[in-house]
Write a protein that binds this ligand. Structure first.
Ligand SMILES: NC(=O)c1ccc[n+]([C@@H]2O[C@H](COP(=O)([O-])OP(=O)(O)OC[C@H]3O[C@@H](n4cnc5c(N)ncnc54)[C@H](OP(=O)(O)O)[C@@H]3O)[C@@H](O)[C@H]2O)c1
Length: 268
């Protein structure tokens, strides 16, 4: 069997729940998985911007006959929205085989002492409490079925904190710690817990950090060649298409010019 056919067979018929599917890494991952599975998947696409999810659904349905796609409005930072997710899913989407905890964000570059309280709360509520709450919705059922994959998107920021990133780095360190506990707690099952930690990826991430100021966002990548969302999507797809006994537990992915959050080579 070819590499591609094996990958498709390992994904066939699965239900994949992706948070942050409306942009960047999440959206690219949906497209990469759909291609790898030749459309033989069911997707729950979760995010706040449902117009984008509707567009993605349309594209998937145009490209792949038989694919099933459910746009799902979800603000992961709101516990009243994350609790009881499963009960809100139609039956045909409720047995989730793959959970991709990708939704995440950063606000600002202020140093400790000057950080806006709302920014602290939104980063923790989205990146940490939201991820934990969504995971809690699915892990019990995965344990009962003795199978499932959980992919948590961390960051180099969770391994190596930097000045001006105190809160975001702390949230991603929390994701890292939570992910390890989750893997250990489910070691008696066929559940795979996978962490993917990207370095610099050019998405809407920096635009969100600088609250829509595109010129500040562009300056982050000036003189460098950042990763693109597809690079991470391809890798996530790789982790999910290994033989069930293979767990790509933990990976750090840099663009070629980067060696830490701040050690970046820039051409003039
Ligand atoms: N780009 C990088 O350099 C980089 C590096 C390392 C790690 N990461 C991580 O990669 C993940 C994806 O980021 P990205 O680079 O693809 O950025 P992005 O293009 O800004 O995408 C972020 C996604 O998260 C969703 N999201 C944000 N807040 C949400 C909320 N409260 N509820 C539900 N969805 C929410 C957004 O959807 P809506 O706005 O529609 O809700 C969007 O789909 C994040 O966890 C980020 O921390 C990124």
């Amino acid at each position: 069997m070819s590499f591609g056919d094996k990958a498709a067979a390992r994904l066939a018929g699965k239900t994949v729940f992706v948070t942050g599917a409306s942009s960047g890494i999440g959206q690219a991952t949906v497209l990469a998985l759909a291609e790898a599975a030749k459309g033989d998947l069911k997707f729950v696409l979760a995010a706040r911007r449902t117009d984008r999810l509707d567009e993605l659904k349309k594209k998937l349905e145009t490209d792949y006959k038989g694919i099933q796609v459910l746009p799902f409005k979800l603000d992961v930072s709101k516990v009243e929205e994350t609790e009881n997710i499963v009960s809100k899913l139609p039956k045909e989407f409720s047995e989730v085989d793959v959970l991709i905890n990708n939704a995440g964000m950063v606000h600002g570059t202020e140093k400790v002492g000057s950080i806006n309280q709302n920014d602290i709360e939104i980063m923790f509520h989205t990146n940490v409490l939201g991820l934990i709450s969504v995971t809690q919705q699915f892990v019990g059922e995965m344990r009962k079925r003795n199978k499932g994959d959980i992919v948590n998107i961390g960051s180099i920021a969770g391994r190596e904190p930097y000045v001006g990133g105190g809160i975001y780095c702390a949230t991603k360190a929390a994701v890292r710690s939570f992910t390890e506990t989750l893997r250990k707690e489910n070691i008696d099952t066929r559940i795979r817990v996978i962490e993917v930690d990207p370095g610099a990826v050019e998405t809407e991430f920096s635009v969100v950090r600088f609250r829509g100021d595109k010129s500040k966002a562009d300056a982050v990548y000036a003189g460098t060649e950042p990763l693109v969302a597809d690079d991470i999507a391809e890798f996530i797809t790789y982790t999910l298409t290994r033989r069930e006994n293979v767990v790509i537990a933990d990976t750090l992915i840099f663009p070629n010019h980067q060696a830490s959050p701040t050690h970046v080579y820039r051409k003039n």
